[in-house]
Design a binder for this molecule. Structure first.
Ligand code: SF4
Length: 232
């Protein structure tokens, strides 16, 4: 007998299934949030710029001393990169990042009265701030992201869950924005990051402990699916 080909699902069915899975992930990680320690939008944008290509843990170790010395954009704008370097020297690419955050602080003072702007267009003009950083700030500080933040965890897990076949971060962001309701963009990103850090690791995914394994097309073979840490 000829095997029956798998039934194709419509775009609406795919959205419904993705949202259902996301609700389950929300329940598994109810405390999902941005793990960069900050007290206000200024600290968040500086911490996010510092976090490029490094871990939140490393950034969180350095920022208390940095923000104790430079608590505002005005204070940081008066510093030089050489003043800042010793405070962030444990973070990768700290020399370039020191230049970026001092320049960023100057631009906040000169162009935005020392405040962090609330538009993506204005944020991406700041040094060290790309679309991803801008959306972290818009989502976490202002609750109004203009896209889904796609980091290595979001990339890998959305591939493993079958939400996208794309491999480029920009294309994955577009796919996720189409798939998920706008109200979920910020929380979805934090939740996938939490899931990636705690359950669906790049090298050792724990499918046997995963609460969405019954609907995940990669369950039991995940190590061969999605972006690997070594390629992140
Ligand atoms: S079942 Fe495995 S691959 Fe799928 S989300 Fe869970 S841990 Fe990741």
């Amino acid at each position: 007998m000829t095997p029956t080909p798998p039934k194709r699902i419509t775009a609406n069915e795919a959205k419904g299934r993705a949202v259902e899975t996301l609700h389950r992930l929300f329940a598994i990680h109810p405390d999902a949030h941005c793990e960069l320690v900050h007290r206000n939008p200024f600290e968040l944008i500086v911490a996010t710029v510092l976090s490029a290509q490094t871990t939140d843990v490393a950034v969180n170790k350095a920022t208390p001393a940095l923000f104790a010395k430079y608590p505002t954009a005005q204070a940081l704008a008066k510093a030089t990169p050489l003043d800042v370097e010793p405070l962030v020297s444990t973070i990768g690419m700290y020399r370039q990042k020191s230049k970026n955050i001092v320049k960023l602080a100057s631009m906040l003072v000169e162009m935005h009265g020392g405040q962090v702007p609330k538009s993506l267009g204005q944020l991406v003009e700041l040094p060290g701030v790309g679309r991803k950083t801008a959306n972290v700030v818009l989502g976490v500080a202002f609750g109004a992201p203009e896209g889904v933040v796609v980091d290595t965890h979001v990339m890998r897990i959305s591939q493993r869950l079958g939400w996208t076949k794309e491999t480029d971060a920009g294309a994955i962001e577009i796919a996720l924005c189409k798939l998920l309701p706008r109200d979920y963009w910020d929380r979805a990103s934090h939740t996938l990051v939490f899931h990636g850090r705690r359950i669906c690791g790049a090298v050792k995914p724990q499918c046997d402990k995963c609460g969405v394994a019954d609907v995940c097309p990669s369950a039991g073979r995940a190590v061969n699916v999605g972006r690997k840490a070594g390629r992140a």
